[in-house]
Design a protein around this ligand. Structure first.
Ligand code: ZN
Length: 239
């Protein structure tokens, strides 16, 4: 995992535990590169002070922070007029990766005790509470959302998952795509290879360099992968 992402996690946890909850404390973390930043109010989920420091709050912080990292590299000022999206990745990559990285990071930080669980699972059933342990559970739950999407939009796929403004398709397909790609190239490849290369060569070529195949080949391979039975997908996550 990128140093920058972990540094943010550790700093934010330390700061949130250090501040009084009634003081107005905007959290503002600068990046080493120009362009990305995050501002937030008191990060309930990091402080471990309340029962409602639930996972969703923790996830939201890491999800939005991951977008800030992505923004450092996207929206290149010199996109050619005929390729306005040359430097932008698709929404499934933006949202799916933010979902995947935040689920992975929060799960890991919870498992080593760096981020706290609710002390009493008062808003969550015992079962939900336990299922929060790992990203794999979140990805398996996504498969239910994919079934619903397929009924609403027959023939939908990662490639046609569309805009994050329109549906949750880029989130649920994208999270699985991020899991699949990280099995190929490792979690580091996104921040260390893919995003830095976007700036020079555009997202499609950056994808090829980071993951060793064209985006069209990946769409085809990923479609076949997602057609497999539930048990096979579950085994993949455990592999
Ligand atoms: Zn998002």
């Amino acid at each position: 995992m990128s140093n920058q992402f972990w540094k943010f996690a550790n700093n934010s946890i330390a700061i949130s535990k250090d501040r009084h909850e009634y003081r107005e404390t905007p959290f503002f973390s600068r990046f080493e590169h120009k362009g990305g930043y995050i501002m937030m109010g008191y990060p309930f989920g990091l402080s471990g002070k309340w029962y409602d420091a639930v996972k969703t709050d923790q996830l939201t912080i890491f999800h939005e922070y991951f977008h800030a990292i992505q923004r450092m590299y996207e929206n290149h000022p010199q996109a050619p007029p005929d390729q306005p999206d040359k430097f932008d990745g698709p929404d499934w990559m933006k949202e799916g990766l933010a979902v995947y990285m935040s689920e992975y990071t929060v799960g890991l930080l919870r498992s080593i005790g760096a981020l706290e669980h609710m002390r009493k699972p008062i808003y969550e059933t015992e079962e939900e509470y336990r299922s929060y342990a790992a990203i794999d559970a979140a990805l398996m739950a996504n498969l239910d959302d994919i079934e619903v999407l397929k009924k609403e939009h027959p023939g939908i796929s990662l490639k046609t998952s569309g805009s994050a403004w329109e549906s949750n398709a880029p989130y649920v397909y994208g999270a699985w795509a991020a899991a699949y790609l990280s099995h190929i190239a490792g979690k580091e490849a996104f921040i260390d290879k893919y995003y830095p290369a976007i700036d020079q060569v555009g997202w499609k070529q950056a994808f090829k360099q980071a993951f060793g195949m064209s985006i069209e080949d990946f769409y085809a391979e990923f479609n076949q992968f997602m057609k497999q039975p539930l048990e096979v997908l579950e085994d993949f996550l455990n592999s």
